[in-house]
Design a protein around this ligand. Structure first.
Ligand SMILES: Cc1cc2nc3c(=O)[nH]c(=O)nc-3n(C[C@H](O)[C@H](O)[C@H](O)COP(=O)(O)O)c2cc1C
Length: 183
């Protein structure tokens, strides 16, 4: 399918959570439903999900390095290309970094360059103590106030064995919300 035949362009950003494997399912759902998907992974995200899975599913190389030769303006070009940005999963570290406005990597730079021109969604995924920590909950409140859409987290047994909030919203639920998004 050519670029002009795809429904929308999504920038799917993964960060360092144990739930990162679910990003592959979300990418698969989006591609099967004619979305163009470009993945960006944080350094932490790459430790949990290999590039090959995401590249194989989307047909595009996973981007991480803002200073890669030949790709130095990606943070500007990708922000123009994308119709919607989703951080899935969003780690505690990533959330607090966005709240601080740090732009020392590709995800941070994209966040500032986009400056809320297009929707920026955040899907938290972490241990319930991390999720309830004021550093994280305050950051989520501020990001929401700035214009981010914070997706709900599920409650239940988490990968670390504890029970509570902080479980990543399932790929099919996120996909359904994305399909509803106007524009
Ligand atoms: C096995 C393991 C699982 C982890 N799971 C999570 C998680 O689910 N959520 C989270 O916020 N951090 C988690 N962390 C910690 C992050 O990976 C760590 O803060 C990392 O620096 C985040 O990188 P990022 O900013 O690139 O996302 C985990 C760490 C390990 C070693």
């Amino acid at each position: 399918m050519s670029e002009s035949e795809t429904k929308k362009n999504v920038l799917l950003m993964t960060s360092g959570s144990i739930a990162a494997f679910k990003a592959a399912s979300l990418a698969s759902l989006l591609v099967k439903n004619d979305w163009a998907v470009q993945c960006v992974a944080s350094e932490g995200g790459r430790r949990f999900l290999g590039d090959a899975a995401l590249e194989g599913l989307t047909g595009r190389p996973v981007l991480t390095d803002m200073f890669e030769r030949g790709r130095a303006l990606d943070h500007i070009k990708l922000a123009d290309w994308a119709d919607i940005f989703i951080l899935y999963p969003a780690s505690a570290n990533r959330i607090t970094r966005l709240r601080a406005g740090l732009a020392d990597d590709l995800i941070g730079a994209l966040f500032l360059v986009n400056n809320f021109r297009k929707p920026w969604w955040i899907a938290p995924a972490m241990n319930s103590n991390m999720f309830e920590h004021p550093a994280v909950s305050d950051a989520l409140g501020i990001l929401e106030g700035w214009g981010c859409r914070i997706l709900p987290t599920g409650e239940g047994r988490l990968a670390c064995g504890t029970v509570g909030y902080g479980r990543l919203l399932e790929p099919d639920e996120v996909f359904a919300l994305m399909e509803e998004e106007p524009g």
